[in-house]
Design a protein around this ligand. Structure first.
Ligand SMILES: Cc1ncc(COP(=O)(O)O)c(C=O)c1O
Length: 431
């Protein structure tokens, strides 16, 4: 972006003559120019010229992979039984390709289950918890949802460790003898665990990890994880519907040796007669899956493998995050919601607006301000779905996972500046 520095008069208004004299760019401002005072204060951004080629920055469903088209999806399984040979083999292929791209250890089971990531997490919690004390970790909306279910529905006397939006609980205080439920990447706060070093290798409890916005973008430490869940529509831009449930041998052992006191509905049942239903992990789903969703998932995995697998997926997400971070660092009106740079998500990147005039507004007005920015960007087809989550503090959230192109993140940044200035002018008029 062109940064044009020039003098302001006493009222901090632009004078055209001063601008022409100082900037040397002539009387017409180029698109996307950022006007700043000589002392570095931001004044305004002109409307950018170029738009992101794919203005899709939603945190779920996330952008489809570059080059995606419905014509590229397999159709052989459509209109056929998912239990026919062709259906089962495609489900098995989806599982095998998931293992290869995500680098899941051979001894871990992978199953496609109902009800998206929520289904997979609930299945694990309802089937496995209650055998020993539980620690629940939460630092944003989804983690809080798992706490509610364990404490209010399962009525377990869990130790609940929480942190406000933007922070992590003190992970060094987690008791490794307990079962631990946590979210690897908090999608609604943009805070992730930097690693799994805080989980003991010789733990007695199980770790149940909701990794839906981390898988395929962040390195998961399999040796420390017993249950991992995610859904297709996140980091590889698949479609919503099903969850993926990944189980370590220790998790399987728990399923085969422990029977919870509460009833389990059919769609949660993973054992029969005290034995794991192995078919679920071979493509025999509990109930009917969407074969179109499975075909789309296979397409996403083929793309991921072709570009270089997990390493390249992580590199792409990191590069996107780096691009938006560089912008955030030079932009006075915005800051990361996550204070600790090590814990900042490279997928669901969350920001708060720190411009003093906007930060001083009450919460409702701040939300209206963000909505205004969203509407402006959406009307311009410059960015869709970049508002923060409804339960999070007012702010912006930009998905930076591997299906997003770095060039689109770079093209987005001047649009964010422009939308901020436009919304601020509007807020000024309304005040
Ligand atoms: C961390 C986390 N957990 C769970 C969910 C719920 O996912 P799903 O809609 O796939 O059930 C989401 C959705 O964004 C999420 O971000």
């Amino acid at each position: 972006m062109l940064r044009v520095a020039f003098c302001c008069n006493a009222k901090n208004l632009l004078t055209r003559a001063a601008f022409i004299a100082e900037s040397g760019v002539g009387p017409r401002l180029p698109n996307g120019a950022r006007l700043i005072c000589k002392d570095g204060r931001h004044l305004m951004t002109t409307k950018p010229g170029a738009r992101p080629a794919r203005p899709y920055f939603s945190s779920g469903p996330c952008a489809k992979r570059p080059g995606w088209s419905p014509e590229k999806l397999g159709t052989e399984t459509l209109g056929r039984s998912h239990r026919a040979k062709v259906g089962k083999s495609r489900l098995k292929e989806a599982i095998d390709r998931t293992r290869a791209v995500l680098e899941v250890p051979a001894e871990y089971r992978i199953g496609v289950v109902p009800a998206s990531d929520t289904g997979a997490v609930e299945m694990a919690m309802w089937s496995m918890l209650g055998a020993r004390p539980v620690t629940m970790l939460a630092w944003e909306s989804f983690g809080e949802g798992w706490v509610t279910d364990v404490v209010k529905q399962l009525k377990l006397d869990a130790r609940v460790m929480t942190a406000p939006y933007g922070a992590l609980p003190d992970l060094s205080k987690v008791d490794p003898d307990t079962d631990i439920v946590f979210t690897w990447n908090g999608t609604t706060s943009g805070v992730r665990v930097p690693d799994a070093d805080w989980i003991a290798a010789d733990r007695k409890g199980l770790t149940i990890c909701d990794a839906t916005s981390a898988a395929f973008a962040q390195a998961l430490d399999w040796a420390k994880l017993d249950v991992v869940t995610f859904s297709f529509q996140k980091a590889l831009g698949g479609e919503g519907a099903h969850g993926v449930l990944i189980l370590s041998p220790r998790a399987v052992e728990r399923l085969e040796t422990y029977k919870p006191q509460w009833p389990l509905p059919k769609i949660f049942r993973l054992t029969k007669g005290g034995k794991l239903i192995e078919g679920v992990f071979e493509g025999e789903t509990i109930n009917t899956p969407s074969m179109l969703v499975i075909e789309d998932w296979i397409d996403a995995l083929q793309w991921a493998a072709a570009i270089g697998g997990l390493k390249e997926l992580i590199r792409r997400a990191d590069a996107n995050f780096h691009a938006i971070s560089q912008w955030a660092e030079r932009t006075a009106w915005i800051d990361f919601l996550c204070a600790d740079p090590r814990a900042r998500s490279n997928t669901s990147v969350c920001f708060k607006i720190v411009d003093p005039a906007i930060a001083a507004l009450d919460e409702e007005k701040q939300r209206a301000f963000v909505k205004e920015m969203e509407t402006l960007l959406s009307k311009e087809k410059a960015a869709f779905d970049i508002g923060g989550y409804r339960d999070a503090p007012p702010g912006l959230r930009v998905w930076c996972g591997a299906t997003v192109e770095r060039a689109d993140i770079e093209a987005l940044c001047p649009w964010l500046d422009w939308a901020f200035d436009e919304a601020k002018k509007g807020a000024g008029r309304r005040a």
